[in-house]
Design a protein around this ligand. Structure first.
Ligand code: AMP
Length: 471
């Protein structure tokens, strides 16, 4: 097994570029995929995010293309951001080879893109819709393309791009080689790979398990009302040179969170599909350069964001699809660095978290909300009462009282609460007792009030110190 890139005797511009990048040895997926792809064989690669997959397909493609101004290779990506990133990495990797690399994606001026294409392009990196558009309008000729690469195929499948991909594929009659990379392999991808490719070599772990980077995974039981409080704590604990990516499931929530955090004087930027393309690029650049420390994004917008500085990922909402969880946490802990991921789990979300953990064979322990860092005595964002989160399906909240069966019967205790708080007996549910304490169920609609009454009165000359028992 080789170390270093030298054994491959890569073209000089690439070899020089790798030295300049300071890459010492190929990553696992590069070691596996590059030799096969260089031979001209089709490759199906399983590549986790941050594994170095771009170079795994980029290096063989650069080697095969010549600066001729005719499109010889097309790389399709699920999002504009990823397309930009892939194009950038390939531009760097080609060193001074002189290939013209052009991105083609929607949401920007088509005529401008067409004008750059007209100047001559060797490698196209694009999103499926715009590539089709360009082809139909005659700005792009797929007939000469010989190398076809699909990056993040599973995500493209999720986003409904497969019909588009098929169209591109069918309009590329002179295709000689196909490379397909994906983090996961649902049946549709396996079928598509069979259809698109001939005798492809699969480079992936035997059991097709997704490789999860070294990330500390934590879950916190928290209801909607107090997610912001916990987020404030996590932000307060972030290192000065750290960066955080927060996932929310809706565009609206991204905007709301940016606004809320700014109210508490915490600067965050938001990224989602409704933000105009040029602004999205600005936002992403600011984050990449470290000017912004906190980015809040939807799954689609965050797709393929490759920012090595991300130390913390927060799932403000758990993802709807279990696969997104893996993509999300893969944004931190890149290239073997450590990272942490926090998931906020409301009562309704508990089943989803279990499903995620079992699907991906992950251990995601529930932990306490992190303490305030040393020297900080007040929460950046205050905690609120969230009774719904602590009540059971009958609407009962369990409250612990510091009096046990040695000092009171259940009946006496319940009569006392009913008379002091002037409530109907039905407001109280079951009472359980041990020697030193009693647990009383109180209906969610009255619990705050009843606890206040208990706190304010003495029971046979003693305080009962009511405390909620977490559901
Ligand atoms: P990717 O999985 O292609 O998004 O790559 C993740 C990050 O790893 C990018 O920032 C690459 O520039 C970097 N990278 C790729 N290959 C190597 C390597 N062999 N050594 C060091 N860094 C690498």
């Amino acid at each position: 097994m080789s170390t270093g890139f030298d054994v491959w005797d890569l073209e000089k511009p690439i070899a020089d570029a790798i030295v300049k990048l300071g890459w010492e040895k190929p990553t696992e997926i590069q070691t596996e995929a590059i030799p096969i792809a260089r031979r001209g064989t089709d490759v199906v690669g399983q590549a986790k995010t941050g594994s170095g997959k771009t170079a795994a397909f980029g290096i063989p493609i650069i080697e095969k293309c010549e600066p001729s101004g005719i499109p010889q290779a097309i790389i399709l990506c699920p999002t504009r951001e990823l397309a930009v990133q892939v194009a950038e990495e390939i531009s760097i990797l080609q060193g001074n080879k002189g290939l013209a690399i052009q991105t083609v994606y929607g949401g920007t001026n088509l005529e401008k893109q067409a004008a750059s294409l007209a100047k001559g392009t060797d490698i196209i990196v694009g999103t499926p819709g715009r590539v089709i558009d360009m082809t139909k309008r005659g700005h792009l000729n797929l007939k000469q393309v010989t190398y076809f690469c699909l990056d993040e195929a599973d995500r493209m499948l999720d986003m409904g791009f497969f019909p588009d991909i098929l169209w591109v594929f069918e309009n590329m009659p002179n295709r000689q080689q196909t490379l397909l990379f994906s983090a996961t392999f649902p049946q549709e991808i396996i079928d598509a790979a069979d259809e698109f490719m001939s005798e492809a070599v699969h480079v992936m772990s035997d059991d097709m398990e997704v490789d999860i980077p070294e990330i500390e995974l934590n879950a916190i039981r928290i209801g909607r009302a107090n997610k912001l409080w916990v987020l404030g704590r996590i932000i307060a604990n972030m290192d000065d040179d750290g960066q955080m990516l927060i996932f929310s499931n809706t565009k609206r929530m991204v905007d709301v969170l940016v606004e809320r955090l700014s109210k508490f004087r915490m600067k965050a930027v938001g990224l989602h599909g409704d933000i105009p393309q040029n602004k999205r690029e600005r936002i992403l650049n600011g984050f990449r350069e470290g000017k912004d420390k906190i980015l809040i994004a939807t799954d689609v917008a965050a797709r393929g964001i490759d920012v090595d500085g991300i130390t913390i990922v927060v799932n403000y909402d758990l993802p709807v699809e279990t696969e997104s969880f893996v993509h999300r946490i893969g944004r931190t802990g890149r290239m073997g660095r450590s990272g942490e991921a926090w998931s906020f789990v409301s009562k309704e979300d508990r089943g989803s978290l279990e499903k995620i953990a079992s699907t991906w064979n992950l251990t995601i322990p529930y932990v306490e909300v992190p303490a305030l860092p040393e020297g900080m005595d007040r929460d950046p964002i205050r905690k609120r009462d969230d009774w719904d989160e602590v009540s059971d399906s009958f609407g009962m909240v369990r409250v612990n009282l510091s009096i046990g069966k040695a000092d009171s019967t259940k009946r006496a205790l319940s009569d006392w609460i009913v008379s002091q708080a002037k409530i109907q007996e039905i407001v109280l549910g079951e009472i359980t007792q041990d020697e030193k304490s009693s647990q009383v169920e109180i209906h969610v609609q009255k619990v705050a009030y009843v606890m206040d009454v208990i706190k304010a009165r003495d029971y046979n000359g003693r305080k009962l110190k009511p405390v909620i028992v977490n559901a």
